[in-house]
Design a protein around this ligand. Sequence first.
Ligand code: KG4
Ligand code: ZN
Length: 343
Amino acid sequence: MRVLGIETSCDETGVAIYDSEQGLLADTLYSQVKMHAEYGGVVPELASRDHVRRLLPLIRECFSQANLPLGDVDAVAYTAGPGLIGALMVGASTGRAMALAWDKPAIGVHHMEGHLLAPMLEETPPEFPFVALLVSGGHTQLVRVDGIGEYQLLGESLDDAAGEAFDKAAKMLGLDYPGGPEVARLAQQGTPGRFKFPRPMTDRPGVDFSFSGLKTFTLNTANAHRDENGKLDQQTIADIAYAFEEAVVETLAIKCRRALQQTGMKQLVIAGGVSANRHLRERLETMVGKERAKLFYARPEFCTDNGAMIAFAGCQRLMAGQQSDLTILAKPRWPMDTLEAIR
Ligand code: KG4
Ligand code: ZN
């Protein structure tokens, strides 16, 4: 089965074509990051309008990349939520309309299920069951995954998501949006040990997270080191970035280890934008080694938002006979454990 996948839930327009026999045939992306950077974060109305501008040209480009006539797919998958409602509506209405025009089925895909399954696009995919750490701009969750749609939430962030904390810490340090990659880049020049940040909620049992305290800690540390003009020197910025990243990475690693021990599972999948973080990958590789477990993640461009993960996830559900009706489905909030299982 060949599926066109459309992702427009936030600030990236992603379109891809996935074929269950031949794999990924085309993958295109337009990132709005530069447009939003000026405002220090995503401006929802601007995001929706830009998806309108970019989506149709990207769909055309995708078919030409795959060497296929326009519309030569068996079905269309689009992100139906969670995300920004206006942005979602662009992908949902376009995807739904194309499927109708081409007389093909369509399916609304859960954005986080897309992230979760993205590592399955790689050469050595994980096999069910496994534990997944979902770390994006909007979510930080540990999930037990027994199959597609069989998700049991083990723990989640009680406040900010990990990616959101990266973005906010970056802003406090005067870095550009999105902050995650910027903090990670600067952390490489940081001095280990100059600052020590807390590891929130690691001193009590369970696998829930809290990242808002790290934000305050970042702000206080930064304020204590500003010069008379309110500026921070480059080395101090790098040292704070290092301490912040180290605290997030270690906290995530501690909770992942607990989740593996608690479930007895030997496979850990990490997905979502923050799973692109090199330091996190290295730390988790060491941890799973000690646990005699294995770590799985997607290539960096499939950790952040993309169309390929939506085409792939949609394809799995469509092959199992699922599809959405003619209603244009867009849900800004959509708990992942309410999804239907496929057998
Ligand atoms: O999955 P994603 O592209 O979008 C959402 O679904 O939210 O995740 C975006 C988030 C942003 O907060 C961004 O700062 C973070 O992922 N991120 C990173 C890195 N790359 C992206 N955080 C830390 N290190 C990175 N290398
Ligand atoms: Zn995402």
